[in-house]
Design a binder for this molecule. Structure first.
Ligand code: ADP
Length: 620
């Protein structure tokens, strides 16, 4: 099929429709494709699930010669190559686990012009033989996927990525270079262009919003119970549960299995074999839930993950958004729920404190604070995320986050807030401007007589005991809320101290009312309102098509979503195609897939219609 496009000029839109079965481009795709095709280096920053692959696959199909894609993970390459082959595009990958004979075979196919897209790991470039091959074949286009791996500022630095630019520079004819990443921080973005030596790149950031994701933060009394309930309510859906430690992975996974859930575990302490098995069970829909540390996920392309639960708060928004972003890559509604507990802050601080480097520590604490604020804010969660990534299109409210859509009970904390702020002020005044952390503040407010409180003379100040009828947790929660809303700030350090911000004094003097979301008992209510999926038309047919997809995937040895995505099956259920032309109308069905699977799915749909009686036989 790719050959066809080399001979006669085709538009990228035609390729989108014929090869991939989609009708229109998503935001940014067309611009990126036309820039690459015009020969300009490109740097594209697009959130996970936005559709990066098509942005370089279409230029690769439309350009003469070979496109080399440097990609960090074998599983990712395998997935992409499988998916391309399913769509009739000749693609191959070379990875370090392949025997040399197989590599030679692929070299031969590339030389014979039988491969349009060649996926390789950047480590390959370290081999002399491979570099020679690389310059011999005259690559037209080099794509650097997950390009943030080139930057030491980012969180996934891979030294081999630094070898890419020198190899490109050594080629007789310089190919066009296009880099893709979902990483958002400006310093990493700039660094990518420098490290890859991009030439006057067309740079595009398509915005970081993922409209189909529902964001939510919970403060449950028992995280374990919350996970159990959530998983049990979504037994038909695929989900990821991220935990901060191996121990939690073990605990949560064991509990889910006790409850009869098909759950698998994944962390760095397991053997390669078990990790691989878990990953595949999850990808091939044999397990519904994978409980994992952050070792799991990079390069996982599974498109039908319906929820990502975080059992612990990650240390930065970059990490959180990347992990949560693994939900809903197919564009269908999916949930990202973070379960927060104050203990998470202690764990995260402990990890940061291990660093020897002061700068790293400082930036670690700053990033952590963004997450803590996210967990405590009463305003729009989506806007909190997008502001962090400096997205240009941020509004103050949205239609899909826990704080905007759920009529959460709110409590007036104006009086408590004023008492807390006054106490911070009095403590500083009493000790010549020394600052203290929230533990001491809470103790003073609750009228503690512990030795340190007494020795510092805090029992003599007017704010001592002002909130003595409150539980420590309640006071802490309001303090966290004040930090999240910018009325107090946490200063850097392993033992962080609290101080006033520009908003503190004006608030103390004003008559403004401060409402905080009530956390207790909230979980139950929200679970009900946030269940958005399962709204499939003709759901029995959907199950039937899903089973068919599973059979076909097994036959072809590919993950089910490589045959068709959930989204495509849902579209089939709604459109009920009865012939090939109608089948081609379904989003995600291209010419090649029609040829391969069209009949089987048309038959299944026809059979189902018959079972429904005559209603569907003449008209839909
Ligand atoms: P990313 O690499 O940015 O995370 P992918 O390239 O995996 O995202 O794309 C996510 C999903 O969106 C895939 O299932 C892909 O086929 C689909 N997709 C990409 N572009 C379009 C489009 N223009 N119309 C419909 N679906 C698309």
């Amino acid at each position: 099929m790719a050959k066809k496009y080399e001979k006669k000029p085709a538009t990228s839109l035609a390729v989108l429709k014929d090869v991939f079965g989609y009708d229109s481009f998503r935001r940014g795709q067309e611009e990126i494709i036309s820039n690459i095709l015009s020969g300009r280096d490109t740097l594209a920053i697009m959130p996970t699930g936005a559709g990066k692959s098509i942005c370089y696959q279409i230029p690769a199909i439309l350009s003469p010669g070979v496109t080399v894609i440097l990609s960090p993970l074998i599983s990712l390459m395998k997935d992409q190559v499988d998916a391309l082959k399913q769509n009739g595009v000749p693609a191959a990958s070379i990875n370090s686990s392949m025997p040399w004979e197989d590599v030679v075979l692929i070299f031969r196919q590339v030389r014979a012009g039988k491969v349009k897209l060649l996926y390789i790991a950047p480590e390959r470039l370290e081999s002399e033989g491979f570099r020679a091959f690389f310059s011999e074949i005259g690559v037209t286009l080099v794509i650097v996927d997950e390009a943030h791996c080139v930057s030491q500022w980012g969180h996934d630095f891979r030294p081999a990525y630094l070898g890419i630019a020198p190899v490109i520079a050594s080629l007789a004819r310089r190919p066009v270079v296009a880099a893709f990443t979902a990483t958002a921080t400006p310093e990493v973005r700039d660094d990518i262009a420098v490290q890859l030596r991009l030439r006057d790149p067309f740079t595009i950031t398509t915005g970081f919003d993922r409209e189909n994701l529902f964001f939510q933060v919970e403060h449950p009394a028992s995280k374990m119970k919350y996970v159990e309930k959530h998983v049990e309510k979504h037994t038909d859906s695929a989900g990821i549960v991220y935990c901060a430690t191996r121990r939690d992975v073990e605990g949560v996974c064991a509990r889910l299995r006790e409850k009869g859930v098909k759950a698998v575990r994944y962390h760095a302490g397991l053997s390669d074999l078990e990790r691989k098995r878990s990953q595949e069970d999850f990808i091939y829909d044999r397990a519904n839930v994978i409980v994992a540390t952050n070792a799991f996920g990079m390069g996982i392309d599974k498109s039908n993950v319906r929820y990502v639960l975080h059992y612990n708060m990650p240390g930065s928004m970059d990490a959180y958004y990347q992990e949560a972003g693994r939900a809903g890559r197919d564009g269908l509604p999916a949930e990202c729920i973070l379960l927060f507990g104050t203990r998470d802050i202690i764990t995260a601080r402990f990890f940061i404190a291990q660093s020897e480097d002061e700068e790293t520590k400082k930036s670690g604490y700053r990033k952590l604070q963004v997450m803590v604020d996210y967990c405590n804010t009463a305003s729009c969660l989506r806007s909190h995320i997008l502001r962090y990534f400096e997205d240009e299109n941020v509004s103050d409210t949205c239609t899909a986050c826990g704080n905007c859509t759920v009529a959460a009970e709110r409590v007036d904390v104006t009086v408590e807030a004023k008492k807390i702020l006054s106490c911070v002020f009095r403590m500083a005044e009493h000790t010549n401007d020394r600052k203290y952390g929230s533990a001491m503040l809470v103790d003073v407010l609750r009228g503690s007589r512990r030795a340190q409180v007494i020795s510092l003379g805090f029992d003599k100040i007017s704010t001592w005991g002002l909130l003595k009828e409150y539980e420590a947790d309640q006071v802490r929660e309001i303090v966290n809320f004040l930090i999240a809303e910018g009325y107090l700030q946490m200063e850097d350090g392993e033992f962080p101290v609290l101080s006033f911000t520009g908003r503190s004094i004006p608030f103390l003097r004003s008559g403004a009312v401060l409402m905080m979301r009530k956390y207790e008992g909230k979980s139950e209510k929200k679970l009900k309102t946030s269940k958005q999926h399962g709204e499939v038309e003709h759901s029995e047919l959907f199950e039937k098509l899903r089973a068919l997809r599973m059979d076909l995937a097994k036959e072809d040895g590919v993950p089910p979503y490589v045959v068709f995505s959930d989204r495509t099956l849902i579209a089939m259920c709604a459109q009920l195609p009865s012939d090939e032309d109608e089948m081609l109308e379904v989003s995600g069905v291209g010419a090649q897939k029609l040829e391969k699977y069209g009949e089987a799915f048309l038959d299944a749909i026809a059979e189902w219609k018959e079972e429904q009686g005559t209603f569907f036989t003449d008209e839909k």
